[in-house]
Design a protein around this ligand. Sequence first.
Ligand SMILES: *Cc1c(COP(=O)(O)O)cnc(C)c1O
Length: 475
Amino acid sequence: MAGLDPTDWRDIRDIGHRMLDEVFDRMEHVGEGPVWRPMPSSARQALKEGLPEKGHSLDDLYGRYLDLVVPYGVGNTHPGFMGWVHGAGTPVGMLAEMLAGGLNANCGGRDHAPIEVEREVIRWALQMVGMPQDGSGCLVTGSSMANFISVITASRAQDLSIRKEGIAGRRLVGYAATTAHGCLPRAFDLAGLGSEVLRRVPVLADHRMDVSALRDMIAEDRKAGFVPFMVAGTAGTVDCGAIDDLVAIEAVVREAGLWFHVDAAFGALACLSSRFQPQLAGIGKADSLAFDFHKWAQVPYDAGCVLVRDSRKHAAAFAQSLDYLVREERGLAAGAPWFCDFGPDLSRGFRALKVWMTLGHYGAGRMGEMVETCCDVAADLARRVERTDGLVLLAPVTLNIVCFGIDGLEDAEVSELVQDLHESGIAAPSTTKINGRLAVRAAIVNHRTTTVHTDRMLDAVIALRDERLQARTGR
Ligand SMILES: *Cc1c(COP(=O)(O)O)cnc(C)c1O
């Protein structure tokens, strides 16, 4: 037998249709089971069989998938999931993933329609955040990669000879608030700059960057012989959703002649809501911007996006001239610039289709409403926290993230309480530290989450707290 296609397509067609029906069944009833359950060791063990010499039937493999994988997922499609920052996906995005799989396009470059779909999606993204339409960008795994590409682009825009000579001896420094996501210092680390080369600017009581401290730090670094090159503002911090004052940061950045980057991993989607646009003012002035379609835009994983204001600087940081990747005027090797000129990946999947279909189907209007609804659910949860004895809001609720403390419990007990909650299957918030105190953190990123689910989460938190406090007094 030569190729890998079936000789008779009927069987695979039948099982394929069954798979699709069952995916829809699960999506329709996604809120009914537990949010999450621990994977038993027997299931983990059953996944260790070694490289099979002889293949299994698809029926057999699908059965194992249903038994061993489906019940033990992350739970982020479930409305009770409110931990970290996870998108929930949509049936439309799922279908687009299937179609993209059928096409199996390589979007690293060359002249074909999937590239034009990605170009369209990048134009949409530029429009969404208010960056000029002649900017560039590409879809990547996530905001970690998008922030990394931004750091590389900014440093090469500062000094292009880094591409040949490396960064040794250049004394470059960048700036982000102490609340910036961990992928930013890691981007500095991966870029060879060093994580401590990203100076951490203190925040004010409202959890936003202290912009006058930023100005002072830049001046002091210059005096000490360092070469400041970029400042990263955050639109929607990962801990509590604060939005840095991007207008004020931009003014300092321009005055100092630096690169203005914005990490808007989930916050970028709030640009679609007129209610939140004023707080995001200045975002469209970014030289580079990182955000995720797989978070608040509900596109299935993975789909991050990097945008760069000056496409020449973006390409200057990554493009290579190689004999086996030569660009032609016509034929399949035409269509430069290619997406491989805008990041480290050469082979790239057709991520754009699921973004194009998701935003294309729901439209910017409905997406903006969904964002507002998530924020309304968060505001309702915050009000209930404030009304509940012994619970305290630990940070203002700017967007969709509620962080609260539990009086009477040590940090370790709060952490255990959240683990118990996960194991109960009722709800899945996460934790973070706010001003040194452990907070229960509910991020309403999931379009399926309503106040029914946040109420259920809070009721369970209160019950688990009361159990702990009673056990203590009973002792
Ligand atoms: C989630 C997040 C990131 C990292 O994005 P990934 O898609 O997980 O790589 C970066 N910054 C912020 C503010 C985030 O919320």
